[in-house]
Ligand binder design. Structure first.
Ligand code: DAK
Length: 260
């Protein structure tokens, strides 16, 4: 699929995915959602050597200012259910991706943009970033998993307040609440995200993928997270990389992991 609104670049093995609709503050229209779906279902899983993915927004001002409100106006009633489900499915693909996916939040992360950032494994925010779920201003609620992930990240009390008031918060408050991992100076969020991914790339790839699975199992009521942990611990212990990691420790040298 040719992408109109997604720019995909690779820098030293790290994929940088830029939502590129700067004039609309990178709002997620239908085309962009289809491109994200294509990328995470077809392109990313084939990039076996990639160290991880950074998602960011084009320009200085916005990560993603939400779903495209102008397109909503054309929505038919039966379309909303399908669109919400499609959005959730795409964001689950991001959340379940076996390599680190980090949102480099360079500005507004509102509505669907905040939901996209929350579906990533971590968030690095510019000091100018602004977060919010302003859907109630439009007569709707978050539809791409935001009602659930915001509670997971910052707790029921504050999540309810943000979703009911539609208030925006700045990067410092987002960090205090646990919504973002790091706040950096404006323009440095991709750099910081790259540093995190480089560090993770020096660890055993199977173990990293299993961390993702265990974390997600905690929030999946059909699974017992502790039982999943036992299974995946066993799977890690059977890898060549476990032998290599333990041997490297004893031999006082850096481990050379292969992903096997
Ligand atoms: N959609 C479309 N265009 C947008 C946009 C958006 N979300 N946000 C900004 N733009 C456009 C503006 O219309 C403007 O375009 P022109 O008028 O120049 O053509 C351009 O981007 C620059 O925006 P502003 O002139 O407004 O810039 P300011 O600096 O003055 O303000 C702002 C920045 C971010 C505070 C403001 O643009 C703003 O409040 N934007 C809207 C934020 C928002 O409410 N976002 C939507 C949240 S609701 C669902 C699934 C998901 C969702 C809903 C349903 N189902 C499947 C049904 C999720 C919904 C949302 O995300």
């Amino acid at each position: 699929m040719d992408y109109k609104n997604l720019e995909v670049k690779t820098s030293k093995g790290i994929i940088i995915l830029t939502i590129n609709r700067e004039k609309a503050l990178n709002a997620l229209n239908n085309q962009t959602m289809e491109e994200l779906k294509d990328f995470f279902s077809k392109v990313a899983p084939r990039r076996k050597k990639a160290k991880g993915i950074i998602i960011t927004g084009a320009g200085e001002k916005s990560f993603v200012a939400g779903a495209d409100i102008k397109e909503f106006l054309a929505l038919k009633n039966d379309g909303a259910r399908k669109l919400s489900q499609r959005g959730q499915d795409i964001f689950f693909m991001i959340e379940r991706f076996p390599k680190p996916v980090i949102a480099a939040v360079n500005g507004f992360a509102l509505g669907g943009g905040c939901e996209l950032a929350m579906a990533c494994h971590m968030r690095v925010a510019s000091e100018k970033a602004r977060f919010g779920q302003p859907e109630v201003n439009l007569g709707i609620i978050p539809g791409y998993g935001g009602t659930q992930r915001l509670i997971q990240l910052i707790g029921k009390s504050k999540a309810t307040e943000l979703m009911m008031t539609g208030d925006m918060i700045g990067a410092a408050e987002a960090k205090e609440l646990g919504l973002v991992n790091h706040v950096v100076e404006h323009g440095a969020s991709v750099k910081k995200a790259k540093e995190i991914i480089e560090k993770i790339a020096s660890k055993a790839p199977v173990a990293i993928a299993k961390v993702v699975e265990c974390v997600n199992a905690h929030f999946d009521e059909t699974q017992d997270g502790f039982a999943v942990e036992v299974d995946l611990f066993e799977a890690c212990a059977e890898t060549e990389d476990f032998k290599e990691g333990a041997t490297a420790f004893v031999e006082r040298r850096a481990a050379n992991f292969t992903g096997n």
